[in-house]
Ligand binder design. Structure first.
Ligand code: A2P
Length: 282
């Protein structure tokens, strides 16, 4: 079965999950249901994806006991617009309750601050609310997304609760080497969004096609295998049942040093998605 990573709260997250960014709410139930029926046990959504309802419905339709699933959602920036003082805490809890209601569950396994923008002033209030959610067990683990070393450092200086993980854009074009070293130093797990580079040019890279041919696999499978062997949690997205299944079928082969070198060789250091440091949150 899919290996797990133990988080700093003691819970175990499957290294391969199903991401639903860019899946419309109407299509989310079918995609999530297909994923769970395929064997995925980790589902990643967010308030801003506007598909928590469909995601919750898919979970119910799949009929797998809730405790066998690892469910992640995220706090959107606007949910903290009134984040000064006590209002910040209340706004976070209100947004969290709304997410639970849409998901049709009474807890999540992981709750993330989606973007590091509310870093000024009372950022600590947001994390204090996250600590409260973690203490209550309504969010079993808490973490962040799209943070860089500077934002993580600032957070760590102001809290005793280390985020369980940081979910960032990460794929062979953009391997986040320095950030991963920072995470390792602090016991923060690394989770990759858009692990397939959004399904574009990366999957056509000739160096990767060669590795895929060698193993009689697809490039997507090779790339996901790279994530797993690198200790990264990956949450590929697809609305195509055959791809949902293909992306889960990554256990029966192993990349060797030469393959891993080929994957390293395609790094450009360029993001495909938005740059969190330039993100204007509102
Ligand atoms: P689709 O959803 O139409 O199947 P990422 O998770 O890196 O953001 O990548 C998601 C994109 O990659 C989606 O456009 C998805 O298309 C596509 N994709 C997902 N899995 C595969 C695969 N195995 N082969 C090719 N494209 C894929």
């Amino acid at each position: 079965s899919i290996p797990g990573i133990t988080l700093n709260n003691g819970s175990v997250i499957p290294q391969l999950g199903f991401g639903v960014w860019q899946v419309p709410d109407e299509g989310a139930a079918a995609a999530v249901r297909t994923a769970i029926e395929t064997g995925y046990r980790s589902i990643d959504t967010a308030a801003i994806y506007d598909n928590e309802r469909g995601t919750g419905l898919g979970i119910q339709q799949a009929g797998v006991p809730r405790e066998e699933l690892f469910l992640t959602t995220k706090l959107w920036n606007s949910g903290t617009r009134d984040w000064s003082g006590q209002a910040g805490r209340d706004a976070v809890l209100r947004e969290f309750d709304a997410s639970l209601e849409k998901l049709g569950t009474d807890y999540v396994d992981l709750y993330l601050i989606h973007w590091p923008r509310p870093m000024h002033g009372s950022f600590g209030n947001i994390w204090a609310a996250f600590e409260e959610l973690a203490a209550s067990g309504r969010a079993k683990a808490v973490g962040v997304s799209n943070f860089g070393p500077a934002e993580l450092t600032r957070l760590l200086e102001n809290t005793s609760l280390v985020p369980a993980l940081n979910q960032v854009e990460l794929h062979p074009y953009f391997p986040q080497t320095e950030l991963r070293a920072f995470h390792a130093e602090h016991g923060i797990a690394t989770e990759a969004w858009s692990p397939l580079g959004q399904g574009g040019a990366l999957l056509a890279e000739s160096a990767l096609v060669k590795v895929a041919e060698k193993h009689d696999r697809s490039v997507a499978q090779v790339v996901l295998r790279w994530h797993l062997q690198s200790g990264i949690i990956a949450i590929p997205k697809s609305v195509t049942p055959a791809r949902i299944q293909q992306n889960f079928d990554v256990l029966g082969f192993e990349l060797d040093a030469e393959d891993l070198a080929a994957l390293d060789s395609v790094a450009t250091g360029e993001r495909i998605g938005p740059d969190p440091t330039g993100f204007d949150w509102n």
